[in-house]
Design a protein around this ligand. Structure first.
Ligand code: TYM
Length: 341
């Protein structure tokens, strides 16, 4: 558990390197809305634009557009900027300042073991940016600059959150002070791992070259229904128990998405649809997905028509976030012995 002396505080982020997917929504945004509304935490949600440039050069106008669109996605899904601090990372310089300190705490060996680094750098690691290698120390800084105690994420971020705890523990140990909390990952969302619609063994991702593989949060009703109809499945009917989904990744994925959208269990979905063929089940799933997602897409479109208002919200969120991050950076500098006059 996170130390009870730390204020219960949630931080999470999304890279505005592309649009939002159903994976982002179910794996992170939906649980984030739940944590906001529980009233148990202070909540901070962030478009991590400094992270978005680590893997490729995102054209500047695209980066600005994506940052606003992800913000619109958060708000349309239920993040209330009056309750949560919603902002983009680069407007709070303390993230990058603490990341530098953490670059001096984390060890090369720890960083080299990150599976996302290995996947993203691929065979040609020499050509990858230094920022991509250092990505997880910036992520640790995003979290620890607020002394955040809880971080809702999809399963793919688990290793980065373990590293965040390692960095906090090493800093505390090196300086002999219990300063940073050991943050708890919250990976309990209904769908911590939404898979690719054309290949149930791969994660649904905004960076996949094929748009058919994912549902985008901006997709309209027809597009959502079409992508679900064309999703890969197998010829067998739906089983009557979850164990019957073993070895059927595409089938399992659709059942999982259905359960997450309907806020029920996979077993409850199977109780209702056991014996159905996928042609039939996909129609039910398409109706459900459209009823849940199309209103969010509509609201995003409405919000995007007023970019100045989104910018105002992010500016306000950044100002409130800085009121938390600036004193924590000051204390960090004091602990380390950075002279300030
Ligand atoms: P990113 O931008 O790849 O994804 C944002 C969030 O969505 C989750 N997610 C998924 N969940 C379930 N199924 C999927 N197919 C799926 N795809 C994405 C991710 O797990 C994530 O929670 N490194 C982070 C961004 C980040 C961050 C942070 C997160 C930067 N700093 C500090 C938490 C705290 C990332 O790349 O997420």
């Amino acid at each position: 558990m996170a130390d009870p002396t730390f204020t219960p505080r949630v931080f999470s982020g999304i890279q505005p390197s592309g649009g939002l997917t159903l994976g982002n929504y179910l794996g992170m945004i939906k649980p984030a809305v739940g944590m906001q509304n529980s009233g148990d935490f202070e909540t901070l949600y962030c478009m991590v634009d400094l992270h978005a440039i680590t893997a490729r050069l995102v054209p500047p106008s695209e980066l600005i557009h994506n940052t606003r669109e992800v913000a619109a996605g958060f708000i349309a899904s239920g993040i209330d900027p009056a309750k949560s601090m919603l902002f983009n990372q680069s407007q709070v310089p303390e993230h990058a300042q603490l990341a530098w300190i953490f670059n001096c705490v984390a060890r090369m060996g720890w960083m080299g073991r990150m599976t996302q680094w290995k996947d993203k750098a691929g065979k040609n690691a020499e050509a990858a940016s230094l920022g991509l290698f250092a990505y997880p120390t910036l992520m640790a800084a995003d979290i620890l600059i607020y002394h955040a105690t809880h971080v809702p994420v999809g399963e793919d971020q688990k290793q980065h959150l373990e590293l965040t705890r390692d960095i906090a523990a090493k800093f505390n140990h090196d300086y002999g002070i219990e300063f940073f909390p050991l943050t708890e990952p919250v990976i309990g969302g209904a769908a911590p791992r939404v898979m690719n619609l054309q290949d149930g063994s791969k994660k649904m991702s905004k960076s996949d070259p094929s748009d058919k593989t994912r549902i985008n949060m901006t997709d309209d009703a027809d597009t959502i229904a079409k992508k679900i109809r064309k999703a890969k499945t197998d010829p067998d009917p739906l089983p009557d128990a979850v164990a019957g989904l073993e070895g059927r990744p595409d089938a399992r994925n659709l059942v999982n998405i259905y359960a997450a959208l309907a806020e029920t269990t996979q077993q409850a979905v199977l109780d209702e649809h056991a014996g159905a063929l996928f042609g039939h089940f996909k129609m039910a799933l398409a109706d459900l997905a459209v009823s849940k997602l199309a209103p969010i897409a509509g609201e995003m479109q409405r919000l995007m028509a007023d970019p100045a208002e989104i910018d105002r919200i992010l500016g306000d969120g950044a100002q409130r976030a800085r009121a938390l991050s600036a004193p924590i950076l000051d204390q960090t500098y004091d602990i380390i012995g950075m002279l300030r006059s």
